[in-house]
Design a protein around this ligand. Structure first.
Ligand code: ZN
Length: 110
């Protein structure tokens, strides 16, 4: 891959990482749900809402881990290589999903 492209992806990944960190901070500051209500209907809604929050946070954390691993690969000069078949991941896919660990073919099979 061209150095120019790698620099672009590096920038994009760093930016994404910052954005996700900000999102995670926001979620941390959310008030706890269901602490001041006794209405059973409302409690159900709120615990559902809380469950959604948890899964959002989980998704962000997983993406953050993928981004970190992609940034590490850039440092090691191994960025853009599929973790499964070791072939190069296409630029087209990386542009959509710069933290991708696998090429399009392996993703289809996964
Ligand atoms: Zn592959």
């Amino acid at each position: 891959m061209l150095k120019k492209n790698i620099e672009q992806f590096n920038k994009k990944l760093e930016k994404e990482k910052m954005e996700i960190r900000e999102e995670l901070e926001k979620h941390k500051k959310m008030p706890r749900f269901g602490s001041e209500t006794t209405d059973p209907d409302q409690e159900t809604d709120e615990s559902e809402e809380y469950g959604n929050q948890l899964s959002v946070v989980q998704t962000y954390k997983e993406r953050l881990a993928d981004i970190d691993s992609a940034l590490k690969k850039i440092k090691n000069g191994k960025y853009g290589v599929c973790e499964k078949c070791k072939k190069e991941i296409s630029l087209k896919l990386l542009k959509i999903d710069p933290e991708s660990r696998m090429c399009q073919e392996c993703k289809k099979k996964a």
